[in-house]
Design a protein around this ligand. Structure first.
Ligand code: SAM
Length: 185
């Protein structure tokens, strides 16, 4: 399986591991939720965080389209003994129908073009109430329920946008004010 031409959503850059618990909290995880990371990469930073028992998730799924990254993330998950808690799917996320996995939380760390490409899929394939959390890039034309800047080590910043399917309609142009959150080391 190869990612189809024009479907490449982002190059590989891992989510900074120190941000993972804070991003996870922004997804408002509830017991029994199903979590999907679109483009989970080779380290699977967010799927590994999501698999922690404290979040009480029922299913944690990583979708990745690059074969070599699939091999690495699968090995990492196995080495951590998490193969019963994390399912890795080798697929082109643009082609994969998300209704098959019924996520309540969708996480994505892609490019602006990447999230734009997925927008119609998210609107039609996931259920009302699903939280969609985008690291770094906002989903153009959607109204976020929360928009934050995480300030972390040595003055680094990372924006995170939280959406709820069914409540993303933007009735008028919105000037986004990002809420600043300071992450102490
Ligand atoms: C910025 S990285 C995200 C890494 C990971 N989510 C994390 O939090 O560490 C983007 C990932 O998306 C994957 N990707 C890009 N296009 C894809 C597609 N069409 N289907 C599946 N995965 C894709 C890339 O291979 C890369 O691993």
């Amino acid at each position: 399986m190869k990612i189809k031409e024009g479907h490449y959503l982002a190059p590989y850059v891992a989510t900074p591991s120190e941000l993972a618990p804070h991003i996870m909290e922004l997804t408002k995880p509830k017991k029994g939720d199903r979590f999907a990371d679109i483009g989970c990469g080779e380290e699977g930073v967010m799927v590994i965080e999501a698999a922690k028992l404290k979040y009480g998730l029922k299913e944690v799924i990583g979708i990745e389209g690059v074969k070599d990254r699939i091999k690495k993330v699968t090995k990492r998950v196995r080495d951590l003994g998490l193969e019963d808690r994390i399912k890795i799917i080798h697929a082109d996320a643009v082609e994969y129908n998300l209704s098959k996995i019924k996520p309540n939380i969708v996480f994505m760390y892609l490019t602006y073009n990447g999230v734009t490409m997925l927008k119609p899929k998210l609107e039609s394939e996931v259920e009302i109430g699903t939280r969609v959390v985008s690291e770094a890039y906002e989903v153009g034309g959607w109204k976020p329920s929360r928009a934050v800047t995480l300030n972390y080590k040595n003055r680094k910043k990372r924006d995170v946008f939280v959406y709820e399917i069914g409540k993303t309609e933007m009735r008028e142009p919105l000037e986004l004010q990002l809420e600043e959150i300071l992450i102490k080391e």
